[in-house]
Write a new protein. Structure first.
Length: 202
């Protein structure tokens, strides 16, 4: 019992002296009795005009990336948080798949090759929520049927392109991080990827 009190006091002291966070972080907690929780901080320097949206199954969607944008019909309903009301930044679908979109300054997206299907990074998280029940299912689909993810200007700074990476987690505790390095989609898939911050690239 004295050890528990000492540990609690130590943790409380750490919270009191901790500095102000200046980066977004996503964490997956793998708890006792199969308890799985995903949480994230949103440490963006300016207001994001965020709203909560509930989307049903059966919605017709389009990839919003110009010619060869993919189209799909949502298989799962979801609840999401929007960024600037034009992008899904965080959400969970009815199967328990969670998607988080975080800034990543070094992201470089592929050039349009004139052949590969395309999707905007602003709707890519929603595509994942609409289409897949688990991390493994999403990862397999992305590896088997590649998509080029396209970026665009950040709404508050038109000279700045959105540079982002995506995390996935699900009800089993599985996890993946999707990044764009030198114009290639790179997927890190393992239960061990419990933490993602803005940088560094993995």
């Amino acid at each position: 019992m004295p050890f528990r009190r000492l540990a609690a006091a130590f943790c409380a002291a750490l919270l009191l002296v901790a500095g102000v966070a200046e980066a977004c972080t996503r964490v997956v907690y793998l708890g006792p009795e199969g308890r799985i929780l995903t949480g994230r901080s949103m440490d963006w320097k300016l207001p994001m005009v965020s709203n909560l949206w509930a989307f049903p199954r059966g919605m017709e969607r389009e990839g919003l990336a110009g010619p060869r944008s993919i189209t799909w019909t949502s298989r799962y309903g979801s609840v999401v948080v929007s960024g600037y009301d034009i992008s899904t930044t965080d959400g969970m679908n009815e199967a328990g798949l969670v998607v988080n979109l975080l800034w990543e300054v070094n992201a470089t997206y592929p050039e349009d090759d004139g052949e590969t299907p395309r999707i905007s990074v602003a709707i890519f998280p929603q595509y994942l929520l609409d289409s897949y029940a688990t991390v493994a299912e999403a990862v397999t689909a992305l590896q088997d049927s590649p998509l080029d993810v396209a970026t665009g200007p950040v709404p508050i700074g038109p000279d700045r392109l959105a540079t982002l990476h995506v995390s996935l987690s699900d009800a089993t505790g599985d996890s993946a991080i999707i990044e764009w390095i030198d114009g290639e989609m790179v997927i890190h898939h393992s239960r061990n990827y419990q933490v993602m911050t803005n940088e560094p690239t993995l």
